[in-house]
Design a protein around this ligand. Structure first.
Ligand code: GLN
Ligand code: ZN
Length: 766
């Protein structure tokens, strides 16, 4: 019999219950016991959903109050002394590491948090000491949660992060030099102890995630698999059967590692992302090893095409037999929303195309049944599925001939500005007349409570569109006046009309749909609700021209138009899975190109196209895939911006400054001005700009906007001085690190005053 399996379930609950409970706990509104009870309730509910759906292999220990990797810091005792010294209760210590703690004489910042592979989920990096000792928690969470499920009558397969991934994804603590993987020998006994405890508790199977196998691994990490899994395998009957799980990529380049993993019961691979790896992995399996075939997409919201999925599974069964194949989700379902059932407002046509976590649980079951008992056993489901798939493929929403015709007419010249930078700059100088060290901001100004209230009223129909428009105009007037008082050089309208930098555009483009409850965890208690690209994208009407034009009309200073770039719109949405992402990016680029041209025609001579998500789209491995991505990503940006005349100044913005590995792509964007994060990172990162003789202008952020702290004028001057070691005074702009929407007004005004004064000081000097 072919079993069905899920690698992990979303934790937030149907109505973001976990977010609400954790935030209430942080605000001292509920007790620790109440929070713990809510966690327990959610775990049980989620196990039950999967059990009732008929899933055979249900995960446990996939739950976390903040982040599953952070759970492992406590599990193995890798808690830096700056947290442990306070003797907080474990839950508070855990949150202190995740989000920092500032209260009652305690002041510790959080540990570093970074993106989980190429997803929008963030994990807390294991942070290790040179003399690191490990210690298994007295009541290991995987055991506790296994027993909790067992007590409820549900036998689960606990999930733990594998030793090689835990160390490879970790780093040496600040001021430490240890190479984490060198700690493997010390860490392994804890895995052995944990696994035997799990077995003793009744766990016959354990899922060990080793997703780093999809990376180009350093030799040391690669070599760590053999000793690690030999040690674990030596447990024999004293330990559970192990499923080693990989996802988000293929493992063919590391396939020889599998030969060393003969003690494993099964290997899980992502066949949604990389179906072509099937043959190579099957060939590398030992004679009894099982393949867990990840064929239900854990990263996207589309209904699984049963026919195609069943074909993939049958293909594996032919080679391995029914007892050696498991039907699984491609990865944890952490990356998809909880249930489609909450979407009451969704158009019935598109609703039929989607499948969220609860629905995906049913999908693995149907597919497993189809291959076990034959299609007749699930005929009804297969027929309904084929109908949905067919309806989607032929829907007028997915296919817009006008969009396709326009894409077919795109020429190489459309990607290039008319002249090179020197000529453009000469033209821009004539109209813009900017001083040296021009000052500007990144777009948004504080999104006050009042703005949210009015937007809410407007969405609910409590105020008329005219009233709302009046309100927005008033907001724009206020920020223009403030920018005049601050004496900034290039103004912005402040983005008061935008709920979110992607959603705002999605709502104005054909081809997008929106959900009401489809939240996905991004980090800690923070969730995002990505819009969904369902069909060919086009722009029925201008999206931002009215606000920018109004703003420009009330001030003589240059007004910067503000758009979200094609890659960021794509990456921060659920993309289509029926056409390549480059096609979707080009459609977005064409829509934005029209907007850019319309802004120019409306008299907006400076236009910023934000691409903060450009880097996260970078394929996980170096090589052809990365080069191909960068080509189409850069082309999309250029296509969206190159429709203007030389005199229009194109800006772009990124929220990071590590460009070393893809500097050429950044340079190829050919933006007249780039603004980047730099206040929190080393000014040395700017060295690449001189090394590569970057000819255009750059505004490395001069202060951090993520904190309410106001920088002094002197700090900003010092920062600019450091930057001048790498950039010429003619190249340098002065701006904050990112948009100011999350800040309050008092600190914003104070910080910008310091920034403008610092810029004026350097203007005098040069
Ligand atoms: N223009 C956007 C803003 O200022 C940019 C946001 C971002 O880079 N994430 O809010
Ligand atoms: Zn930013």
């Amino acid at each position: 019999m072919v079993q069905s399996s899920i690698l992990g379930f979303p934790r937030m609950g149907r109505l973001r219950d976990l977010k609400k409970a954790t935030e209430a706990y942080w605000a001292d509104k509920i007790s620790r016991d109440e929070l713990l009870a809510e966690g327990k309730r959610l775990r049980l509910e989620h196990w039950k959903i999967q059990k009732d759906a008929g899933v055979d292999v249900i995960p446990s220990n996939d739950f976390a109050f903040y982040d599953q990797v952070l759970d492992h810091h406590q599990l193995f005792g890798t808690i830096p002394e700056r947290y442990s010294k306070y003797n907080l209760n474990p839950l508070d210590e855990y949150f202190a590491m995740g989000r920092g703690l500032q209260k009652e004489g305690i002041d510790v910042p959080s540990l570093e948090m970074v993106k989980w592979f190429d997803s929008n989920y963030h994990y807390v990096k294991p942070t290790l000491q040179d003399n690191q000792e490990f210690k298994l928690a007295a009541e290991p969470k995987p055991v506790v949660e296994f027993l909790e499920a067992k007590a409820a009558g549900i036998i689960t397969r606990p999930v733990i992060l594998g030793p090689v991934s835990f160390l490879t994804l970790g780093k040496a603590d600040r001021d430490q030099t240890v190479d984490p993987i060198s700690l493997l020998d010390k860490l392994l006994p804890l895995y052995v102890e944990l696994l035997s405890k799990l077995k003793a508790a009744g766990a016959e199977d354990v899922q060990i995630d080793e997703p780093v196998l999809v990376f180009d691994l350093a030799e040391k990490s690669k070599a760590a698999f053999k000793p690690a899994y030999e040690k674990i395998g030596a447990l024999g009957a004293q330990g559970p059967r192990i499923t080693l799980a990989t996802y988000f990529g293929d493992i063919v380049h590391n396939i020889n590692v599998l030969a060393d993993l003969q003690s494993l019961h099964s290997i899980h691979i992502d066949l949604v992302r990389n179906p072509e790896q099937l043959d190579a992995v099957v060939a590398a399996l030992g004679p009894k090893q099982v393949l867990s075939a990840g064929i239900v997409d854990g990263r996207n919201i589309w209904k699984t095409n049963f026919k195609a999925a069943i074909e993939k599974v049958e293909n594996a069964i032919q080679k391995l037999g029914k007892d050696r194949v498991i039907v699984a989700t491609s990865s944890s379902l952490l990356h998809v929303p909880h249930t489609l059932a909450s979407e009451k407002a969704l158009d019935a046509e598109v609703r039929d195309w989607f499948s969220f976590a609860v629905e995906k649980a049913a999908e693995v079951v149907v597919i497993a049944k189809a291959v076990t008992e034959g299609p007749a056993a699930v005929r009804e489901q297969l027929e309904a599925n084929a109908k949905s798939v067919q309806a989607r493929a032929s829907s007028a929403r997915t296919n817009d001939p006008a969009v396709k015709a326009r894409q077919a007419s795109v020429t190489p010249e459309m990607h290039n500005r008319k002249s090179a930078f020197p000529e453009r700059y000469a033209e821009q100088t004539k109209t813009l007349k900017l001083p040296l060290f021009p000052t500007t901001t990144i777009g948004s100004f504080p999104q006050t409570k009042e703005i949210r209230i009015q937007r809410n009223k407007f969405t609910k129909g409590e105020i008329t569109p005219e009233e709302y428009e009046k309100f927005i105009e008033k907001e724009i007037q206020d920020v223009v006046k403030i920018q005049e008082e601050l004496d900034l050089d290039v103004f912005v309208h402040g983005e008061p009309e935008r709920n979110d930098m992607v959603q705002y555009f999605g709502e104005r483009l054909t081809g997008y749909v929106f959900t009401t409850h489809a939240w996905v965890q991004s980090y800690g208690s923070r969730c995002v609700r990505p819009p969904i690209i369902v069909g060919d994208i086009s722009r029925p009407a201008p999206m931002t021209v009215k606000e920018s034009k109004f703003a420009a009309s009330i001030s003589p200073k240059p007004m910067k138009g503000m758009l979200t770039g094609p890659i960021t719109c794509l990456r921060w949405s659920f993309p289509r899975d029926d056409v390549h992402q480059s096609v979707q990016a080009q459609q977005l680029a064409l829509a934005l190109r029209d907007e850019v041209v319309d802004l120019e025609a409306a008299g907006i001579a400076v236009i910023q196209v934000d691409e903060p998500a450009l880097r996260e789209g970078l394929p996980l491995r170096a090589g052809d895939a990365r080069a191909a991505y960068l080509k189409w990503a850069v082309d999309s940006f250029k296509l969206s911006t190159a429709g203007v005349t030389d005199g229009t100044q194109i800006h772009s913005h990124f929220c990071y400054s590590e460009f070393q590995d893809f500097f050429h792509a950044i340079a190829a964007l050919d933006a007249d001005v780039l603004s980047i994060e730099n206040s929190k990172s080393d000014a040395k990162l700017l060295k690449v700009f001189i090394d590569e003789a970057y000819p255009r202008h750059i505004g490395p952020g001069v202060y951090d906007i993520h904190s309410p702290r106001v920088p002094t004028e002197q700090e900003i001057k010092d920062r600019i001085e450091e930057m001048l070691a790498y950039l010429t005074p003619q190249q340098l702009w002065c701006n904050p690190d990112c948009g100011l929407k999350t800040r309050g007004w008092p600190e914003t005004k104070a910080a910008l005053t310091a920034m403008v004064n610092a810029a004026k000081y350097f203007r005098q000097k040069y």
